[in-house]
Ligand binder design. Structure first.
Ligand code: ZN
Length: 173
C-alpha cells in the first residue's frame, strides 16, 4: 500500500530529507519535525422526497459527468453537520432542515496527482423546500430518481457507489 505522504520528500520546515516514521507519518532527518496524515472528513447527503432520491451530476474531475450525492469536504473548525448543511446550500441553494448521520465509508481519490484519503460520512437530510433547486459550484445538474430506479453503477466515486448500495439495501429497495 502506498504511503499517504509518499509525495512529500522534503521537510516543510527546513527542507531536510523526509523519511517514513510509520504507516501514516514522516519525520525529518535534520530537524525532527513529524507530520501525520489522517483521513480528511467528507460528507454526502441522501435527500429523499416522495420516494425519489436527489442526485447530482459531477461538473469536475474526478468522475466528471457521473452521478454523485450532494456533499464535500468538511472545512477546518467545522462540524460534520455544519459541513453537510454548507455543501447542500453551496451546491443546490437548498436549506437543510434536519440531518441524521447514518454510516461512513473510507475512500481514496486522486486530485492533482495526489491520492486523497477521506472518511465519507453519510447523512439522511430533509429540506425546508424541495422545489427551488439551483445547481452551482461543482454540480452540473440534478435529477430526482425514484428509489426503485436508482442504479449504484451510475455513481462514479467508489465510496459513494457503495454508500448508495448500502442505503438502498437498508431501505429494502
Ligand atoms: Zn526539517
Amino acid at each position: 500500500m502506498e504511503h499517504p505522504l509518499q509525495k512529500f520528500r522534503f521537510c516543510p520546515c527546513c527542507g531536510g530529507r523526509f523519511v517514513e516514521n510509520d504507516f501514516k507519518s514522516k519525520r525529518c532527518e535534520s530537524c525532527g519535525f513529524v507530520l501525520y496524515l489522517n483521513a480528511a472528513a467528507s460528507t454526502a447527503a441522501f435527500i429523499v422526497d416522495d420516494g425519489k432520491l436527489l442526485v447530482v451530476e459531477r461538473a469536475k474531475e474526478p468522475a466528471k459527468g457521473t452521478f454523485d450525492l450532494p456533499g464535500g469536504f468538511v472545512d477546518c473548525y467545522e462540524t460534520a453537520e455544519q459541513g453537510i448543511e454548507r455543501e447542500v446550500l453551496e451546491e443546490l441553494g437548498l436549506t437543510v432542515k434536519t440531518k441524521k448521520y447514518i454510516f461512513s465509508n473510507s475512500n481514496r481519490y486522486v486530485y492533482s496527482g495526489f491520492t486523497v484519503h477521506t472518511l465519507d460520512m453519510f447523512f439522511e437530510c430533509t429540506l425546508d423546500n424541495y422545489s427551488d433547486i439551483r445547481p452551482m459550484d461543482d454540480v452540473a445538474n440534478y435529477k430526482w430518481i425514484p428509489l426503485s430506479e436508482v442504479n449504484p453503477v451510475d455513481f462514479g466515486l467508489e465510496s459513494i457507489r457503495q454508500g448508495v448500495e448500502r442505503f438502498l439495501k437498508e431501505k429494502c429497495i
